[in-house]
Write a protein that binds this ligand. Structure first.
Ligand code: HEM
Length: 560
């Protein structure tokens, strides 16, 4: 029971929770008590330089009952990000948390581990995901692979994805999806009782992100932003939900019970739906490539999937495994970050104004748009020049807004590394091979020393002169090194284009009926309630409408 509770809360050594550890809350929740001396502004690392090396036994340790008490009675079970700050105050920068994971709470310690990682960094056991793949004889992807196989796979997947210039290549395709999102926002606000309100912003951004990443990966649109989502796509969306919803139960239950419980069957059915949908699109692309290759006149060109299928030695099974994992990693992360960014901008009008001044300074009219009489007559498209990927990449304030959003709400609040190759010394402590290190990203990016007034949304802190800028390891929302996020540049491209184009057209204001939104630890850091925002047309609406009661089920195409 005890172990189950811990696992359900993410405190577990296995599964994709390794980097997707659930996780915000308020500083006020965290009383300040010192264990072994007050954790002062600058926390001394015990056993650091000059001292004799200490071992894991010398570190403060969180007992099982203490941890349970915090989860159940102090209510940290879905606020593990707050727990990071709380425990940092209790134990300092390094301590042993649940299941012998060594928790690290400063950028300096994080840097030490990451700079010492070997050729094959490992996050730990991923059996939650690999069990299904093994059962069905499916291939692994970048998340689930380890060692040499992972290294070779990443070498192939990185190409056409990891560099900003690779991402710029996808600009036009992603921009089409952004245009559809803006059309949807216009439709939703127009049909809202006050003419400016969009309810459940997160769900709409989820549909955008899924459409965006599918466009990049499958080189085809799947219809998430259409008024009526095509049946196959809706089933795919439901399958993703079903797989994630049943993950916790599957983690909780011992493996031998699986075939007797409905959760495992639903979990498997969810994965089946995901793989079937992805498989069909991949198969269709293979047929297309074969047809084009057979026609000697036609050169086989294309984007990511075409590249994987025709320019690499990957088998189709490996492509299924990789594309599916890229897809799953690229939806909730991007959509929740965008939701937090819009929420923060709505509550910080001066920041929003600075961003607006930056984006409105760009007037690179889209040549295709202006030349096309139909497109240029479209009120959405012609409202403003369509900003390009090149435009948004040259906007420093826009980039700083995303960086600051990810500092305050690092959607992946917890991540880890296991030193699988050899013993390691961190913070003056000696750790044997196979020690799991937990990176408390939320506590690290809210460190007062690195980020004065850490709860303040201040994008300008990232624009200061280099030596005054925060330490790079103070906030690494995409991870670091060879095992860092492969989709970072695509995610940034999507987020830059959405924010720039939305703020170019709308002034975003909070819906007073919603109140203050707090983060909650699910697979990633999500809002604790439905977030509604007002989108005031910069060319039309003058002021916010009064707060209105939105009838339930008002939004269309809700994710079930
Ligand atoms: C705001 C958006 C995103 C954030 C904050 C984010 C964050 C992260 C983090 C923290 C990691 C772990 C890195 C490490 O262990 O050092 C990761 C890994 C990964 N991400 Fe992302 N990610 C985002 C978007 C995406 C997108 C759009 C994709 C797909 C195109 C993607 C694909 C992946 C994959 C496949 C891995 C595993 C890499 C490996 O183990 O080799 N992510 N991401």
């Amino acid at each position: 029971m005890v172990a189950r509770l811990m696992r359900s809360t993410g405190l577990r050594r296995t599964g994709p929770g390794r980097w997707l550890w659930p996780g915000p809350g308020t500083a006020a929740l965290v009383p300040c008590r010192a264990a072994g001396g007050p954790p002062s502004q600058s926390m001394a690392l015990p056993g650091s330089e000059g001292d004799k090396l200490k071992t894991i036994k010398d570190l403060p340790k969180v007992g099982l009952w203490e941890m349970l008490y915090r989860m159940v009675f102090q209510g940290f079970y879905n606020r593990l990000h707050d727990l990071q700050i709380y425990e940092k105050q209790l134990y300092g920068p390094i301590y042993v948390a649940a299941f012998k994971t060594v928790s690290l709470n400063t950028g300096k310690l994080l840097e030490e581990v990451l700079r010492k990682e070997g050729k094959f960094p490992s996050r730990g056991d991923m059996s939650l995901w690999t069990d299904y793949r093994d059962m069905r004889g499916l291939g692994y992807g970048p998340f689930t692979e380890e060692g040499d196989n992972w290294y070779n796979l990443r070498a192939l997947l990185n190409k056409r994805m990891l560099h900003p210039r690779d991402a710029i290549h996808y600009g036009p395709a992603v921009n089409d999806v952004v245009t559809d999102l803006i059309k949807r926002v216009r439709y939703l606000r127009r049909t809202s009782p006050c003419g400016t309100l969009v309810t459940d912003v997160c769900n709409n951004l989820y549909l955008f992100s899924l459409e965006g990443i599918s466009t990049v990966l499958f080189e085809t649109r799947i219809g998430c932003l259409e008024r009526e989502i095509p049946g196959g796509t809706q089933h795919f969306i439901d399958s993703i939900g079903q797989m994630f919803e049943n993950s916790a139960a599957v983690l909780l239950l011992p493996k031998w019970t699986h075939r007797f419980v409905p959760h495992w069957h639903r979990y498997v059915a969810g994965w089946d739906g995901i793989f079937n949908f992805a498989g069909q699109l991949i198969d269709r692309k293979v047929e297309d490539i074969e047809r084009r290759a057979a026609d000697e006149q036609q050169e086989v060109g294309g984007e990511y999937l075409t590249y994987l299928l025709s320019n690499t030695q990957l088998s189709r099974k490996e492509v299924y495994g990789s594309i599916t994992e890229l897809l799953l990693a690229g939806v909730d992360t991007t959509s929740n970050t965008l939701m937090w960014a819009l929420y923060l901008l709505s509550r910080n009008p001066e920041v929003q104004q600075t961003l607006y001044e930056e984006v409105s300074g760009y007037a690179s009219a889209d040549p295709v748009l202006s030349a096309d009489p139909v497109l240029s007559a479209d009120p959405v498209l012609s409202a403003d020049p369509v900003l390009s990927a090149e435009d948004v990449y040259s906007m420093p304030y826009l980039k700083a807004v995303i960086r600051e959003t990810l500092r305050i709400y690092p959607v992946v609040v917890f991540n880890s590394r296991t030193n699988t190759e050899k013993d390691i010394v961190i913070g003056g402590y000696h750790f044997p091979k196979n020690t799991m290190f937990g990176f408390c990203h939320y506590a690290i990016s809210h460190d007062e020393e690195t980020f004065p007034e850490p709860r303040r949304f201040e994008p300008a802190r990232w624009l200061r002169a280099a030596r005054e800028r925060p330490s790079p390891f103070g906030s690494i929302p995409f991870g670091f090194g060879a095992r860092g996020c492969v989709g970072r540049r695509i995610a940034e491209l999507e987020m830059y284009l959405v924010l720039a184009r939305v703020i170019q057209q709308f002034k975003v204001e909070p819906d007073p009926a919603v109140g203050e939104v707090m983060p909650l630890g699910r697979t990633v850091l999500v809002a604790d309630r439905q977030v509604n925002l007002r989108f005031l047309d910069r060319k039309g609406d003058q002021s916010a409408c009064p707060s209105v009661e939105v009838p339930p089920g008002f939004t269309f195409n809700r994710r079930k």
